[in-house]
Design a protein around this ligand. Sequence first.
Ligand code: SF4
Ligand code: F3S
Ligand code: FES
Length: 248
Amino acid sequence: MSYTGRFRVWRGSSVGGELVDFDVEVNEGEVVLDVIHRLQATQAPDLAVRWNCKAGKCGSCSAEINGRPRLLCMTRMSLFAPDDVVTVTPMRTFPVIRDLVTDVSYNYEKAREILSFTPPIDLAPGEYRMSQADVQRSQEFRKCIECFLCQDTCHVVRDHEENKRAFAGPRFLMRVAELEMHPLDVSDRVSAAQDEHGLGRCNITKCCTEVCPEGIKITDNALIPMKERVAGQRYDPLVWLGRTIRRR
Ligand code: SF4
Ligand code: F3S
Ligand code: FES
């Protein structure tokens, strides 16, 4: 079945823009990215959109569809009725470069702030051993395709540009948790999570988990366990006493 779909697409640049209406052919089995490509081919050849794999694996085509952060290539047109207006806008949390393309440098800056895996000094590569349970636990986090939809949706930075400096966002707090759970990592990730990466600003709204296209349980499996470790280290009186005595 084919029909003429009604689309409203944001066009503009870093200095401003507007929603523009288009009528575009939609065919059975298509995803929103197919329609955006047809729009480029037939009516708006200069429409900027970032994409690569068209298979939900490169994380490039992140945008907002009817206000919800989504991958353009994994959002089926069958989700909408033929007479719905489908609104496609760039991710709101990051500065627009042009049309649907945003500048996601914030995320790379946050990635660089995380100390890399730090194994014990007396273990050489090749001598690392860890249990299968620990391997499996971090496997979930390693499914991340770095689409940054979770970063886009988290209210801590979505409407608060001023929080970006002190908050790494769910994707990178999850990375800190992954390293903290690694049995061979010897860095103090608990203090870093709270003091450097802003874990305390997360109030567990779980919006990040809801939009993750990989279905990673970011909040339940990474952020909450990390918060528990902070609470255990900072607010358990015995742990606090032990740490204070050790520091002397
Ligand atoms: Fe995207 Fe999920 Fe990774 Fe966040 S955790 S960047 S939503 S894949
Ligand atoms: Fe933000 Fe996710 Fe926490 S949306 S507030 S990082 S649970
Ligand atoms: Fe690669 Fe959509 S184009 S995830």
